[in-house]
Design a protein. Structure first.
Length: 135
């Protein structure tokens, strides 16, 4: 079994586009149930250009940790806007609406944790502007 994941050489998830809330950004899945026998987590690596955005959304089945590897961004969590920078780790509780806008080139690790939250679909991702359609 392989125990290591590295974004070099992996392809970004092309299904995550503007329609799903991803603007000027790429997400590459490092750890999912498609690659590892995980039962409660998934890990993605993101790159955003300045102005790149992940629009308001929430996860019904996962908490999220955002590890800022490079750059600065504004994270909106609920009704608060927080500037985060390289070296910061942000916790987002399950069900809390949040968004992320890059102020400069940004790289992050997004770690999703929750019972069965082993891939994008299983985190219970809901784009906030589509929330009424999902309920």
């Amino acid at each position: 079994m392989n125990y290591v994941a590295n974004p070099r050489g992996l392809m970004p998830d092309k299904t995550l586009d503007n329609e799903k809330g991803f603007t000027q950004m790429e997400l590459t899945w490092l750890i999912t149930d498609k690659k590892f026998p995980v039962t409660s987590c998934a890990v993605g690596y993101t790159k955003k250009n300045p102005g790149g955005e992940h629009r308001l959304h929430y996860h019904t089945n996962a908490e999220e940790l955002i590890v800022m590897l490079k750059g600065r961004a504004i994270e909106r969590v609920g009704d608060k806007e927080i500037e985060i920078k390289a070296g910061d780790v942000m916790f987002i509780p399950k069900g809390v609406v949040h968004s992320h806008v890059a102020l400069e080139p940004v790289e992050t690790l997004c770690i999703y944790s929750g019972d069965g939250a082993t891939n994008f679909e299983n985190t219970g991702y809901v784009l906030a502007e589509n929330a009424s359609e999902k309920k």
